[in-house]
Write a protein that binds this ligand. Structure first.
Ligand code: SF4
Ligand SMILES: [Zn+2]
Length: 103
């Protein structure tokens, strides 16, 4: 995911490293992944029925995916294939419940 944000940032924001906004978005996504209730059985976030992202971050991430998704296969074939496999997975039952007061 970070690789995709980096690709998007380089093209759209011009720097070598992640700009502040993109870095924040990547951190946000990392935090969401860490807390993903699906754990290892995680579906692709785009197909996730929970959609734990806030609308703003979700829209930005969608942009990133639209740009970087097709380019990944050339730059990071292994990551791209893993991502495609994730995309094909439906959403299983969450391993742990979210938002039910725990945590
Ligand atoms: S959007 Fe869904 S799959 Fe992605 S991190 Fe959030 S809960 Fe997990
Ligand atoms: Zn950027």
């Amino acid at each position: 995911m970070r690789a995709m944000v980096a690709m998007y940032c380089r093209r759209h924001h011009g720097g070598r490293d992640l700009c502040a906004d993109c870095s924040e978005l990547a951190d946000y996504a990392d935090r969401k992944l860490d807390r993903c209730p699906y754990g290892g059985e995680k579906p692709a976030c785009t197909h996730c029925p929970i959609h734990c992202y806030r609308p703003e971050q979700r829209a930005r991430m969608r942009e990133v995916m639209r740009f970087a998704g097709p380019r990944m296969i050339w730059r990071h074939p292994y990551l791209a294939i893993r991502h495609l496999l994730d995309e094909r997975k439906g959403a299983p039952e969450p391993a742990r419940k979210s938002g039910s007061g725990g945590d």
